[in-house]
Design a protein around this ligand. Structure first.
Ligand SMILES: Nc1nc2c(ncn2[C@@H]2O[C@H](COP(=O)(O)OP(=O)(O)O)[C@@H](O)[C@H]2O)c(=O)[nH]1
Ligand SMILES: Nc1ncnc2c1ncn2[C@@H]1O[C@H](COP(=O)(O)OP(=O)(O)O)[C@@H](O)[C@H]1O
Length: 189
């Protein structure tokens, strides 16, 4: 894999990773999002193969044993992993592959693909992170509490990443990401 072609995006749940990635993908066709497998249940509106591949715990374990995942981790009671087939597909298409993954997975990628560019997304404040998680209105109180607990650990590890971007104003954060990734000007579409 050529240098700079693998991008890891990590940050606490609710910080806006998904929102940022969707905007980047809309504006830059050279980017490719790797779709993860997860044992989490689909949220309302989530589409199989687009947001995630939703699998059973036993299917996930099979994939781990068969060596089909480039990295995997447990997060807030569910398993998540990056299938090699998505990475390969993105590379075949000559694209920059983005992995939107949590901290443990990002650490595995650092060990296995040291050339990957690793970015950490920070919230403007703790209060705002909590507000975003709740306002998304997609998770139970237990799921939110687990995500907030994990968020503390993740934010403490932000310094391990190549650079950090604060997602306060969305457009400002997008521009910063684009400039760091050398993606050129937003087309505005
Ligand atoms: N290690 C790893 N983490 C993943 C993967 N896919 C998603 N995640 C992370 O798992 C965490 C939970 O994701 P999700 O349940 O969709 O919740 P959300 O981030 O709050 O929308 C987030 O930090 C994701 O970035 C993956 O393939 N591997
Ligand atoms: N810059 C921002 N300012 C205000 N709200 C935002 C911003 N970025 C994302 N959000 C909102 O915060 C919530 C969580 O965003 P999401 O992309 O789902 O986060 P993540 O993928 O990191 O869990 C969503 O309701 C989203 O619309």
């Amino acid at each position: 894999m050529k240098s700079g072609k693998l991008i890891v995006l990590t940050g606490p749940s609710g910080v806006g990773k998904g929102t940022l990635v969707r905007s980047l993908l809309n504006r830059h066709p050279e980017l490719y999002l790797s779709v993860s497998v997860t044992t989490r249940s689909p949220r309302e509106g989530e589409i199989e193969g687009q947001h995630y591949y939703f699998v059973s715990r036993s299917r996930f374990e099979q994939m781990v044993e068969a060596g089909e995942l480039a990295e995997w981790a447990e997060f807030a009671g569910n398993f998540y992993g990056t299938p090699y087939f998505g990475l390969k597909q993105g590379i075949r298409e000559g694209k920059w592959v983005i992995l939107e993954i949590e901290l443990e997975g990002a650490r595995q990628i650092r060990n296995n693909f040291p050339q990957a560019l690793r970015i950490f997304i920070l919230p403007p404040s703790w209060e705002e992170l909590e507000r975003r998680l709740r306002s998304r209105g997609q998770d139970s109180e237990i799921a939110i509490a687990r995500r907030l607990l994990r968020a503390k650990e993740e934010i403490e590890a932000a310094g391990e990443f190549d650079f950090q971007v604060v997602n306060d104003d969305l457009e400002v954060a997008l521009k910063k990401l684009e400039s760091k990734l050398n993606l050129g000007e937003l087309s505005g579409n």
